[in-house]
Design a protein around this ligand. Structure first.
Ligand code: GRF
Length: 193
């Protein structure tokens, strides 16, 4: 039976690019007995490929312009409040949110990062992992605080780095794991919200 969404938590997903995690979370949200729905897609990039899921799944979208970030975040906060957003999921969102914004949604912003945090924060994680001949890598879902990729860890998945791995093949295998990890982490967070 389809739920009318009345008692489901509203989630906003922030993206900048492809949006495979977004698409995956949308699919999960439509499964029976899920306690959330994706109510808003936010992107700093008007050309983000993932924005197509707004039309495809009839989900509201908001494009934000980082050049006017102070005004934009003010409006964004209003929008998130209007849509009664309970949790913000960053999924390939390539901008840093302001301290003020993070404070406003303390404990209500989570992110997925393609490494075993606290190792390999920031960009180019897969190349660094391979260069350093790490045996394992993986992905992490964590709470967002004002330090980059440093908030409390919610869940992690570890995989073996193969001898033949390039940054591209490793990224691909980790992304597959992300698609299992993010819905699990989201469920875990929502139970405690
Ligand atoms: C993922 O690897 C995520 O961990 C990182 O950016 C990538 C986004 O991929 N933060 P997609 O846009 O969800 O396909």
């Amino acid at each position: 039976m389809q739920s009318n969404g009345l008692n489901k938590a509203n989630i906003a997903i922030f993206i900048s690019g492809k949006g495979s995690n977004l698409k995956n979370l949308i699919y999960h949200s439509k499964k029976q007995n899920t306690k959330y729905q994706i109510s808003l897609i936010v992107s700093n990039n008007p050309k983000a490929e993932g924005l197509k899921y707004s039309k495809q799944f009839n989900i509201k979208k908001k494009i934000i312009n980082y050049k006017k970030i102070k005004i934009v975040e003010k409006n964004l906060i209003k929008k998130l409040e209007k849509e009664k957003i309970k949790l913000i999921c960053l999924a390939g969102f390539m901008k840093i949110l302001s301290r003020n914004f993070i404070k406003k949604f303390k404990g209500k912003i989570i992110n997925i990062h393609p490494s075993l945090l606290p190792k390999y924060k920031g960009l180019n994680t897969h190349a660094k992992v391979i260069n350093n001949k790490e045996k394992y890598s993986g992905c992490t879902v964590h709470f967002v605080n004002h330090k980059l990729d440093a908030g409390k860890i919610i869940l992690q998945k570890r995989i073996k780095v193969l001898k033949k791995d390039s940054p591209k093949t490793l990224a691909k295998r980790i992304l597959l794991q992300e698609h299992t990890l993010y819905p699990k982490a989201l469920k875990k967070v929502l139970i405690n919200l």
